[in-house]
Write a protein that binds this ligand. Structure first.
Ligand SMILES: CC(=O)N[C@H](C=O)[C@@H](O)[C@H](O)[C@H](O)COP(=O)(O)O
Length: 226
């Protein structure tokens, strides 16, 4: 298992509309995260993953976000996406492991092929306890709370804090490492996740998205100066 127990993993992602988009900024971000003590990196797309691989030996959870209007699944929907990011240097393949429709093989087959044909660990992003149980049964190496609040079934959590209840339920139910991810945006919440049994915690926006961090501070300023 490549992600050590107690690890903080930093997600270094910036979409095309973000001024920090691209491999130059994302590899610098990964180096900054490593210098700060991160024990793993999560990154999206072949270009960013290859650039990050060139500057660090930390384990990389690679994902490939592919948006398609016909399907709700966009995090590494198919085997070809997984193969490309493995080749770029990802050690662990992050996938949407919900049961939602995808452009590609069913999730059980995707997990099996990543393990057998690519020889990589599988990091299963899920949104419910049942999805976590299924991902474990299909052979995922880790399950993570990443998609709670982002699926129809969990839409009521949108805009809420991290899903600590789901984290606890997964920890109680599964013998594999459970990773806390999604809206863990303060050190206190990271500590709380470990208290509740998380194997590791992934933090993205709160560390690597200065635009969103700035907005938070501006909201505080505006509230004081209406
Ligand atoms: C739902 C979805 O697509 N989540 C994505 C998964 O890769 C990222 O956009 C998140 O930034 C990442 O999960 C980390 O979470 P947070 O940025 O809240 O710390």
């Amino acid at each position: 298992m490549l992600i050590p127990k107690g690890a903080l993993v930093v997600s270094c992602q910036a979409r095309a509309d973000n001024p920090l988009h691209g491999p130059v900024y994302m590899s610098a971000m990964a180096q900054a995260a490593e210098a700060g003590g991160a024990k793993g990196i999560r990154a999206n797309g072949v270009e960013d993953i290859a650039a990050i691989r060139a500057v660090t030996a930390l384990p990389i959870i690679g994902i490939s976000k592919v948006w398609d209007d016909r399907f709700p699944v966009y995090i590494t929907p198919g085997f070809e996406d997984a193969a490309r990011i493995a080749k770029a240097g990802a050690d662990i393949i992050g996938i949407d492991a919900t049961a939602r429709p995808r452009d590609g093989e069913p999730v059980e087959r995707l997990i099996a092929r990543i393990r057998s044909e690519l020889g990589k660990e599988v990091f299963a992003d899920i949104s419910t306890l049942d999805e976590g149980r299924a991902a474990h049964a299909y052979g995922a190496t880790y399950v993570a709370t990443t998609l709670s609040g982002y699926t129809e079934e969990t839409a009521s959590r949108r805009g809420e804090g991290p899903d600590l209840e789901l984290l606890e339920a997964l920890v109680a139910a599964l013998p594999i490492p459970v990773v806390a991810e999604g809206r863990f945006d303060t050190p206190d919440l990271v500590a709380e996740a470990f208290k509740r049994g998380a194997h590791a915690v992934v933090v993205g926006t709160a560390i690597t998205n200065p635009r969103e961090i700035t907005k938070k501070f501006v909201r505080a300023a505006d509230a004081r100066n209406p």
